[in-house]
Design a binder for this molecule. Sequence first.
Ligand SMILES: NC(=O)c1ccc[n+]([C@@H]2O[C@H](COP(=O)([O-])OP(=O)(O)OC[C@H]3O[C@@H](n4cnc5c(N)ncnc54)[C@H](OP(=O)(O)O)[C@@H]3O)[C@@H](O)[C@H]2O)c1
Length: 281
Amino acid sequence: MSIVIISDRDPKAWLSALKARAPELEVYVYPEVENKEKVEYALVWNYPHGVLKEFPNLKVVASMGAGVDHIMNDAELPRKVLVTRVVDKQLGIDMAEFVLALILSHLRNLLVHKGTEVSKEWTPKTYFRIADPTVGIMGMGVLGNKVSEKLKSAGFKVTGWARTQRTNRELRIFSGKEELEPFLNEINILVCLLPLTPLTENILNKDLFSKLPKQAFVINVARGRHLVEKDLLEYLDNGHLSGAALDVFRTEPLPQDHPFWETPKVHVTPHIASVTPPSCA
Ligand SMILES: NC(=O)c1ccc[n+]([C@@H]2O[C@H](COP(=O)([O-])OP(=O)(O)OC[C@H]3O[C@@H](n4cnc5c(N)ncnc54)[C@H](OP(=O)(O)O)[C@@H]3O)[C@@H](O)[C@H]2O)c1
């Protein structure tokens, strides 16, 4: 039995974590694989679709991160393989701290003042406090739950939206299509933590933005294809939304000529909200 790593990430840290845990394992980095018939596990991230067919005895395709959309979108994914993903404690902690940092930076205008610092302007702006906004989290799964706990403990009012109904004494969770509008109507900061599926692709669009109160702020830390980029630009431009923090994009790296780079109301980070450390996986 052997493992193949197929990824656009530097595999060194994964190789040494696997060697440390199971020195007897044969681990290869694609395309340097000695005997493709012996490969039963593939550890993947943004791999070239179609290549998994080269391994006739593949049993498991393991995502190197929390998302499996890059695997499920592979039209040539072998039919009988098991697909797994990483769920580790640190991933949730990192995501929660990142979202908290973004929200605080938005409330206290830190990015706006970075701009006024560059242009040497002394223009104090009115700020908001933790007690002011309601934060709505779309997607109350592994990461959404961690983020809601962190925000609640910091003193924020938090609500959530998920697929299935549930009771949660700590916070109100709206569910399903019928409760999306009432959920949106009440929130000032939207955090997208949905998985990318045919039902959630393009969900952050102008119809959804129009249901948010005026001056709402949008955070997308899930997947780039949740967001209709031109709709976001239109709703920032017409003043309905006050800004957006985006960590994920339809095309990554974000192309040099993309308008987000030049839009002061958009805060761009390069997909760093929470990265799976190989030692935890
Ligand atoms: N930016 C980064 O660095 C980074 C790092 C890691 C992960 N991510 C991304 O973060 C996202 C969340 O990951 P996760 O592990 O927390 O996901 P997860 O555990 O699978 O949670 C998914 C949540 O979304 C809800 N949901 C799914 N489809 C829905 C629909 N059609 N309508 C309403 N709610 C729906 C589910 O509802 P139910 O609970 O009712 O089933 C669940 O609460 C993923 O997109 C992942 O790729 C980003």
